[in-house]
Design a protein around this ligand. Structure first.
Ligand code: RB5
Length: 156
């Protein structure tokens, strides 16, 4: 059986509820978890937690990340600034599947205000189940990596 990757989880105050729910699901499924906060509903800034998740994911080879804020939008914008992070803001099971099969997303981003348990559980299980399909999608991912390299620090 394949070894389960460590899942790094992070959120701001608005994503705290959904992050806690995700942690419970991951525990149930037997995934090792690294929780980088936040740990309460006290107001914080989502870019700080995007940074924590990004750095933790980049540290370990097999790690994957899950990040939540109110809508998921700010979190997705912030974490996609980090080299090597391919974060997908998903809203349903289909998004979750395609974010793996086509985009090889190593970070799943969710909105926590509001969230539906059934939908979150479906998105999480689907995202963990599917693998990257490669082929023509590899070519496109390589182009994204090329853009990252080409423009890094060059646009003011
Ligand atoms: C925080 O109030 C909220 O703006 C944040 O969680 C997120 O939704 C930003 O995109």
């Amino acid at each position: 059986m394949k070894r389960k990757p460590v899942i790094v989880v992070g959120c701001d105050h608005a994503g705290f509820g959904v992050k806690q729910y995700i942690k419970a699901l991951l525990e149930e499924m037997g995934y090792p978890i690294e929780d980088v906060g936040t740990h309460s509903r006290k107001n914080v800034d989502y870019p700080d937690y995007a940074e924590r998740v990004a750095l933790a994911v980049k540290k370990g080879k097999q790690k994957r990340g899950i990040l939540a804020c109110g809508t998921g939008i700010g979190a997705a914008i912030a974490i996609n600034k980090f080299p090597g992070i391919y974060a997908a803001l998903v809203h349903d099971g289909r998004d979750a599947r395609l974010s793996r099969q086509h985009n090889n997303a190593n970070v799943l981003v969710l909105g926590g205000r509001p969230y539906r348990k059934k939908n979150v559980a479906n998105m999480l299980r689907t995202w963990l189940r599917y693998d990257f399909e490669g082929g023509r999608h590899r070519r496109r991912i390589n182009k994204i990596a090329h853009i990252e390299k080409k423009y890094h620090n060059k646009i003011r």
